[in-house]
Design a binder for this molecule. Structure first.
Ligand SMILES: Cc1cc2nc3c(=O)[nH]c(=O)nc-3n(C[C@H](O)[C@H](O)[C@H](O)COP(=O)(O)O)c2cc1C
Length: 472
């Protein structure tokens, strides 16, 4: 049988073939095979599939792939080397059910858990694994993989991939594509609970969230390891597909032209120059709201008490310590269209904070710390006669009778909405990554599902955008 190599083709034909292969996301070899197969189908013959080279996983699917059509929503799915990698195959199905075109990159470690053959069979597309594969680099290349998609989903996102991403590493195809993309990136972390709660992973998570990466999960539940339970399970494929679909929806920048004011974090009320009264607020929820509002196109002013978080991308951040400083900063930042008071402001401060460190002296009585009330920032702004934001939203952190107390707070403070959450220690909300909210308005209360603080932030921003559109 005659044999032909692409190198022997004339330049014009080679160019046409290269363009066609690139458009279809295939190697030139694969494109030739597809053309021959189609021609054989027309004349009723059969072209045998190329067998996988021993020791090298087959990267071509058995069926002729259907390339992404104009207007298709395109996801690049990066599968990391975690035990949850098997679920990524179901995720592909869930995305395809929604008519989303999916291409896959498997990391080297991911191939210990699933094969390119199975991913290729389910996507119906060539699977990419190697940064230095000359055929792939020539035909598609990591830059095109990164660019020719509307969303990148990393599932499972391993601790290792998160660390590399947070550090800007690009030493394999997955991380190089992630660094080269301008598309939104959705991470679905999955790992052992100890790996997830490890300080380094939490540092990387905070960095990635501040850099604007989207997250779904991890969820709480049983681990693959026997008798292990905790936060670290990958979100279910249906959950990831739903978030992916929402992220693929055309961005309307629903809050463009609006000024959104957000307060966040605790306040520190001095006892003397070295001691203070504080609370357990981490600022994660307020920061996530500021980020989500900025991503929706708002001009965001974030007034933050002392927190250990990176500033959210796109927000103007003003740092304060005390409740009185926070109120002043809020008043200076007006006018605003929306004000969201997520900060856990101390109700009281020490009446006469010492100008010098209060010394412990032998035989002297324990010092008394009389307290005075701090200004109520939420009520002050909600009851303003001038420059009252159109929508004033407060948080009610309660440990009992959550909804009843939130309703009472709504009335007494004069605000429009209250986001009530149960912060009793059993919930782990204070300082944790998830939140369970009840939205209380003058006429209704609405239970939101337990979700990440980023999820709460996005839901809130969507609700605000609807409300603003209704009133405009
Ligand atoms: C059986 C097994 C299961 C693993 N599961 C996970 C996991 O669920 N999450 C994780 O972050 N790492 C897990 N690892 C470790 C990763 O495979 C390892 O960090 C690897 O370098 C990740 O590579 P990648 O991030 O390039 O995919 C597992 C390792 C083994 C051997």
């Amino acid at each position: 049988m005659a044999s032909i190599t692409i190198r022997q083709l004339d330049e014009a034909l080679k160019k046409k073939l290269r363009l066609r292969a690139a458009r279809n996301g295939r190697s030139m070899e694969d494109e030739v095979r597809t053309l021959l197969r189609e021609a054989a189908d027309e004349i009723g013959g059969e072209i045998p599939q190329k067998a996988a080279r021993p020791g090298k996983a087959a990267s071509a699917p058995r069926r002729a792939p259907i390339p992404a059509a104009e207007g298709d929503r395109r996801v690049l799915l990066i599968v990391g080397g975690g035990i949850a990698a098997y679920k990524s195959l179901d995720l592909v199905r869930r995305l395809k059910e929604r008519d989303i075109f999916v291409r896959c990159i498997l990391t080297k470690a991911a191939q210990e858990f699933i094969t390119p053959l199975s991913a290729g069979t389910i996507t119906g597309e060539r699977v990419f694994t190697d940064l230095f594969d000359p055929a792939h680099e020539f035909d598609v290349g990591h830059i095109r993989l990164a660019r020719e998609c509307d969303l990148i989903v990393v599932a499972p996102a391993t601790a290792d991939l998160m660390a590399k991403l947070a550090g800007g590493r690009a030493d394999d195809l997955a991380t190089a594509a992630l660094l080269a993309t301008s598309a939104t990136v959705l991470l679905a972390p999955a790992m052992n609970p100890h790996m997830w709660s490890n300080k380094a992973t939490q540092r990387n998570f905070a960095q990635l969230a501040a850099d604007g990466f989207e997250f779904v999960g991890p969820n709480e539940g049983e681990m693959a390891e026997a008798n292990e339970r905790g936060v670290g399970r990958m979100a279910e494929p249906l959950e990831i597909a739903a978030v992916a679909e929402r992220l693929l929806a055309p961005q309307t920048l629903a809050l463009a032209g609006k000024h959104v004011l957000v307060t966040s974090g605790p306040t520190h009320e001095p006892i003397d120059p070295v001691r203070y009264i504080a609370n357990r607020s981490s600022g994660k929820q307020g920061n996530a709201i500021a980020l989500a509002a900025a991503q929706a196109g708002a001009h965001v002013t974030l007034i933050s008490g002392p927190v250990n978080l990176l500033d959210p991308a796109g927000a103007s951040v003003i740092k304060v310590e005390t409740a009185r400083e926070m109120l002043k900063a809020v008043e200076r930042a007006l006018p605003a269209d929306v004000a969201i008071f997520a900060a856990a402001v101390a109700d009281w401060r020490v009446a006469n904070a010492g100008a010098q460190k209060i010394k412990k002296k032998a035989g002297q009585a324990t010092p008394e710390l009389p307290l005075v009330e701090n200004p109520d920032i939420l009520a002050t702004i909600a009851k303003r006669k001038s420059q009252r934001p159109k929508l004033v939203i407060g948080f009610a952190a309660e440990t009992e009778n959550v909804v009843a107390n939130a309703k009472a707070k709504l009335a007494s403070k004069g605000c429009d909405w209250i986001l009530a959450n149960d912060v009793s220690p059993k919930t782990g909300i204070m300082g944790g990554d998830r939140n369970t909210i009840t939205l209380v308005t003058a006429t209704a209360s609405e239970n939101w599902p337990t979700q990440s603080k980023e999820g709460v932030a996005r839901m809130l921003v969507e609700r605000i955008a609807k409300e603003m559109a209704r009133n405009d």
